[in-house]
Design a protein around this ligand. Structure first.
Ligand SMILES: [Zn+2]
Length: 281
């Protein structure tokens, strides 16, 4: 995955994907803006604010997203699958209206575990949401179309990672952990999401360290404050990276066959070491 665009880098901190935390327990917009501004200032201080936003209305924008997904879906997934020597069939996909997202997320994607293995792309925001979205990106993103394209590539590959993990779980007759999530409990959600998101991140960026993860001390992520929902994706990535670097397919199988348990949450490094130990057998 190309990692050349700032907006794309910031994005994984805030998108929801299939992560229930963001839907059930999201921070206020002002806090999210602050977080993004901080990253923005730290990483690209010389970018001038420009009033460049390529879509004049929701319809134009939605059509662009749909066409871009249609043109790139197969190619993007084939790219990551060939990299990891995955031979699964491609998942199906569909488009939905945006629901309950914020102004960062007029487009998005979600892997539907219960719905015939379909990746669902959101692409049709309300006028009101689109205005907020447009104003934010006009202010902070000098070339939004490039950012958006990178983001859609990312969605496609990330969700394909979820699809692969789900398909492999079925093949191994593993307990279907995806359908058993009880969203009442943040800890439980984290328990189920962190490995799933880590694997999807790893697949989407072909094992490279994502931009957001570079700013975060991985030892801290893996052993203290593990339940920081804003770092779910980075934590998951650091958790699975050494395992999948060693042997991708064996690592995936061991993660599926030895799911994270609640007792592991106090120090994810211990879980990682346990899986690495199993890989030596
Ligand atoms: Zn995901």
């Amino acid at each position: 995955m190309k990692r050349s665009l700032l907006g794309f880098f910031i994005f994984p901190l805030i998108f929801s994907c299939s992560n229930s935390f963001f839907n059930s327990n999201s921070k206020k917009e002002s806090q999210i803006i602050h977080l993004n501004e901080e990253i923005y200032r730290n990483n690209l201080p010389n970018v001038l604010e420009k009033d460049i936003f390529p879509f004049s209305n929701v319809q134009e924008y939605s059509l662009f997203v749909r066409n871009f997904v249609d043109s790139n879906f197969e190619k993007d997934i084939s790219d990551v699958y060939s990299f990891f020597k995955i031979t699964k069939k491609l998942p199906k996909y569909t488009f939905n209206k945006v629901q309950n997202l914020n102004f960062f997320e007029c487009e998005g994607a979600e892997y539907l575990y219960d719905d015939n293995k379909i990746i669902s792309f959101t692409s049709n925001p309300s006028e009101e949401m689109f205005e907020k979205y447009k104003n934010f990106y006009k202010k902070y993103y000098p070339n939004f179309k490039d950012v958006l394209e990178e983001r859609i590539h990312y969605y496609i590959k990330h969700e394909a990672g979820h699809y692969f993990y789900d398909m492999r779980s079925n093949e191994l007759n593993a307990k279907n952990i995806f359908k058993d999530v009880n969203e009442k409990n943040v800890k439980q959600c984290y328990l189920y999401d962190v490995v799933l998101e880590g694997v999807a991140e790893y697949i989407s960026c072909k094992g490279e360290i994502p931009f957001t993860a570079k700013f975060i001390d991985k030892d801290t992520l893996l052993c203290t404050d593990s339940l920081n929902k804003y770092y779910l994706y980075s934590t998951g990535f650091y958790l699975v990276k050494p395992i999948l670097d060693l042997n991708f397919k064996r690592g995936i199988d061991l993660l599926i066959e030895n799911p994270l348990e609640e007792k592991d949450l106090s120090c994810l490094k211990n879980y990682q070491d346990r899986i690495l130990g199993l890989m030596k057998n």
